[in-house]
Design a protein around this ligand. Sequence first.
Ligand code: XMP
Length: 533
Amino acid sequence: MSIESARSDSGIEVSRRHHDVILVVDFGSQYTQLIARRIREQNIYCEIVPFDSDLSHIVQGQHPPKGIVLSGGPESVTADDAPTVNTSLLGSHIPILGICYGMQAVVSQKGGKTQYSSKREYGHAELTLLNDNPLLNGLGGSTQVWMSHGDQVNELPSEISVSAKTKTCPIAACMATDEKFFGLQFHPEVTHTEHGAEILRRFAIEVCGCNPTWTPRHIVPEKVSQIRTTVGSERVLLALSGGVDSCVTAALLNQAIGLQLECVFVDTGLLRKNEVNEVLNQFSKSGALSLNLTVVDAKERFFQELEGVSDPEEKRKLIGKLFIDVFEAEAQKHQGVRWLAQGTIYPDVIESAASKFGKAHVIKSHHNVGGLPDRLQLRILEPLRELFKDEVRALGVELGLPHSVIGRHPFPGPGLAVRIPGEFRREFIPMLQEADAIFLEELKQSGWYDKVAQAFVVFLSVRSVGVGGDQRVYDYVVALRAVTTVDFMTAEWARLPYDLISKISNRIVNEVQGISRVVYDVTSKPPATIEWE
Ligand code: XMP
């Protein structure tokens, strides 16, 4: 193997060549990803770039965007060191939509005024149209919008005029006379804004003239041909985890290069009940999707090293390192492989790009296959790199993967080890797997599995007294955790019906030997995290 750690021809470059692009310039708003997702929902390709990246290069490049959206942000344009809009954007003649901070920044840079306010307006407001504006015309005399701001524009430069107001905000929307700039003080990307999706659609399609070609039907053949061109006749290795991203990566690569793809599935012993068999059923040569799949049985090694470890971070680090060791040893057996495929998706890319500017704080060290590439000297192939999770799922459907794979709840890399808070003991694993399987089975049967974003059992290594038959029992306690969430950054505990919880609890204490009590976790995130460790 030669020493190369270069990424494959970026899918992002290819998407820019094949599709009209809207560029979202990020000023640090918590809603930036939502803007991009709302535009992608209109079947328009869209990318997020930090406000201080090399924008002149993108705007003057071979495939300039057809429109630009400037996001909101936490700063005040009145501050001395406030982030500014790159002048190459303002002079480019590409239509611009400024949202909240994005609107204030353009207005200020063009000579208007923004008034500082330490008080925030947050919530619904009624927008009244004052003048013609192609983004807002015909939406009704007044419409509900979502506000989240402190400062607001109080004076416009001569070439920009007001389009709409709210009770507290006299310039809630504005537009330049040449119709190349639109400003919105409210947030069209938030679903609470009644016609938000329509406003973004009008900007992208009617104002910028984008062609809505970004659909799974278009994306699959494009990706397939891109993968074929990139890897040619070389072989590709993929660490298959059974999660949605790695399964869709496998299905896509399978369609593109068939048996040139070699998959390795590491059985850490920390997986859900029957997970290994489910993956085998789906992906082995006799399964629905015929793959070269090697299952590495590393249970003993993981159990031995984890036995007695209590600290959550220590567990995570140990599992991450062991995983790399096992995978690396396996990879050495696959002589002639030149590529390592990874199921990286767009939010991972955005987060690592944004972290240069943001102040991200590590709450938990997440384990993935990071650290592998350099040591293995393989080139990286990331075919899902520009896709959001819902797009990955749509691609999975297009590739024929069943709902049982596509609708799967996420599962943490360190697996069941972080679902046994405190000291790890291998004897806990079968009890946890059994209880978890009962929980998931009941959720599926009652139709609740698809209504929650994630559900699992946590094994508590405390014992409690109970009665079994006529006898005193002194057995373990488990907690049921089920949450609803869109982005996993915040989450609500799921309001499962009492009868369902009762049925699950009864089944667990009756069917799983060693468990005598079941509790339900009613904590949201924040302040709790979804997992217990
Ligand atoms: P928390 O517990 O941080 O979890 O609220 C948010 C989401 O991330 C998953 N999670 C992980 N995923 N490696 C992963 O790939 C990890 O180490 C890891 N830790 C948590 C968790 O299951 C939830 O979906």
